[in-house]
Design a protein around this ligand. Structure first.
Ligand code: BT5
Length: 255
């Protein structure tokens, strides 16, 4: 990408017009040895995906639909931290590029007000207990207008353009994202998770809210109180007991 001052992130870009999803294309590229920092971008996805097989609406030309390949030398249990690092980086980039007040909803959503503007999907490729690579998918509604959203998303989704009243420059957004990501990622690899945790908590939509958490084994109600040192969400129930939520769907509700 011209004008990009990173060492790795965004130095190789694979740009497509229409794809089913950038995620499998990034996996293919990574399996063939694509360098760390390679970005797969598309103008449109016909089968964009979220977590747990959910669809991600990705119409032509309105969004930033991209998958980033990274190869962090971290133990497998720490890989969810990369989702939080990415969310922190996207949120910072949105603030810097638009001034909009963004919040991070655990674990992978970026919100403006009570609407989702961006989602992150991290997929792992590992051999025994070694991380081979991660594909981090980022779907950001950049320049969508209301009419770009299907009926079922109208009340839950928004875009940077809707919120700020002006279209954003997608290339300059991606460049700034790459710079911010590389800076945060290098710091994380050198010094650990503490700075990501601090920035995540400072910009959290989740902390202080009452949540219902459905895990495979239990349904839990309580207040989200923060992240532990590893990036796991801590939820305090009415009896004052603290539960750690690793990977589950968190629903928010009024007290
Ligand atoms: C996510 O999943 O939020 C992760 C989204 C990742 C999308 C990127 S785009 C580039 C890369 N290629 C892919 O195919 N995927 C990644 P999840 O938390 O499961 O949220 C999915 C839910 O968000 C859906 O069930 C809808 O309710 C809602 N949703 C779908 N499309 C949306 C959109 N464009 N904006 C806001 N919300 C949306």
């Amino acid at each position: 990408m011209a004008g990009l001052s990173t060492a790795r992130i965004g130095q190789h870009v694979i740009a497509h017009d229409e794809v089913v999803s950038t995620q499998p294309l990034a996996h293919e590229a990574a399996a063939k040895g694509a360098q760390e920092g390679t970005l797969v971008l598309a103008e449109q996805q016909t089968g964009g995906k979220g977590r747990l097989g959910r669809p991600w609406h990705s119409p032509k030309g309105t969004g930033i639909w991209m998958s980033l390949i990274v190869r962090p030398a971290i133990p497998l249990p720490k890989t969810p931290q990369m989702t939080l690092l990415t969310a922190v980086t996207v949120a910072r980039t949105i603030r810097e590029e638009t001034g909009l007040p963004v919040k991070i909803k655990w674990p992978n959503d970026i919100f403006i007000g009570d609407k989702k503007v961006c989602g992150v999907l991290t997929e792992l490729n590992a051999e025994s207990d070694r991380v081979n690579y991660l594909v981090i998918g980022i779907g950001l509604n950049a320049n969508s207008v209301q009419a770009d959203f299907p009926e079922e998303l109208l009340s839950i989704a928004t875009s940077l353009r809707i919120e700020s009243g002006t279209p954003i420059k997608r290339v300059s957004f991606i460049q700034r994202f790459c710079q911010n990501f590389e800076e945060e990622y290098d710091h994380y690899l050198r010094a650990g998770f503490a700075r990501v945790k601090q920035e995540w908590e400072a910009n959290s939509y989740s902390i202080g809210r009452w949540v219902t958490v459905q895990t495979i084994s239990q349904k839990l109600e309580g207040q989200a109180i923060g992240l532990d040192e590893e990036g796991v969400l801590m939820v305090e129930d009415r009896a004052g007991q603290i539960h750690k939520v690793y990977s589950a769907d968190v629903n928010y509700r009024a007290n």
